[in-house]
Design a protein around this ligand. Structure first.
Ligand code: HEC
Length: 119
């Protein structure tokens, strides 16, 4: 029992190191500073309709873009700048890289396939 008290803090702190870059990216994509990328860009970056509404020109769709093929530099630029719809995030380059890596892993098959099509 005494041993537990010695190791418990180690287990708790040490635990952080066990979360992989992938899990970190997954967590950030889902919940970066409160507003989830997935709300607008879909579960794995495939893009999605944010809202549908009607105006004088008829039915309009407001869409979050497909970001699966975006480069890391595009992503860093997009996340760090002001947009009409997308919020400006204050994420470090490492955090954006983790999101980028997560999306690349999640979309491995899709990316391979579209590469094949282009060759
Ligand atoms: C409220 C909706 C919303 C959220 C949340 C959001 N985005 Fe966006 N994002 C957009 C829209 C819409 C655009 C198109 C540009 C514009 O008008 O804002 C965009 C543009 C981009 C682009 C530019 C390149 C492209 O292919 O269109 C990237 C990369 C991107 N977003 C990544 C992210 C990441 C990563 C997150 C989370 C950290 C995020 N976005 C959160 C709505 C959103």
């Amino acid at each position: 029992m005494r041993l537990l008290w010695v190791f418990l803090p180690l287990l708790l702190w040490g635990g952080e190191d066990f979360i992989s870059d992938y899990e970190y990216g997954e967590m950030l994509y889902a919940n970066p500073r409160g507003v989830s990328c997935s709300q607008c860009h879909g579960k794995i970056g495939e893009g999605k309709t944010i809202v549908a509404y009607k105006d004088e020109n008829g039915k309009q769709l407001l869409k979050g873009s497909d970001i699966r093929k975006d480069s890391l530099s595009t992503m860093i630029k997009a996340v760090n700048s002001y947009h009409k719809i997308m919020p400006r995030y204050y994420l470090t380059d490492e955090e954006i890289k983790a999101i980028y890596d997560y999306l690349k892993i999640k979309n491995q098959t899709y990316l391979l396939k579209s590469e094949e099509k282009n060759n």
